[in-house]
Design a protein. Structure first.
Length: 52
């Protein structure tokens, strides 16, 4: 999720005093917490079957 040049890999790896990493919630969780009155849902998506 953060990629190989992420803060946890390059800073926290050498700093035991800073803990194990950063908390990261899913986009859906973050939006639900930030905007509780907004209705949201999911839909099934379909893959690309033909390249243009």
């Amino acid at each position: 999720m953060f990629g190989c040049y992420s803060f946890p890999n390059h800073v926290l790896a050498d700093r035991d005093d800073l803990g194990d990493g950063v908390e990261a919630v899913s986009l859906r969780t973050a939006l639900t917490e930030e905007l509780p009155s907004v209705r949201s849902g999911t839909r099934r998506s379909y893959g690309i079957t033909r390249w243009l």
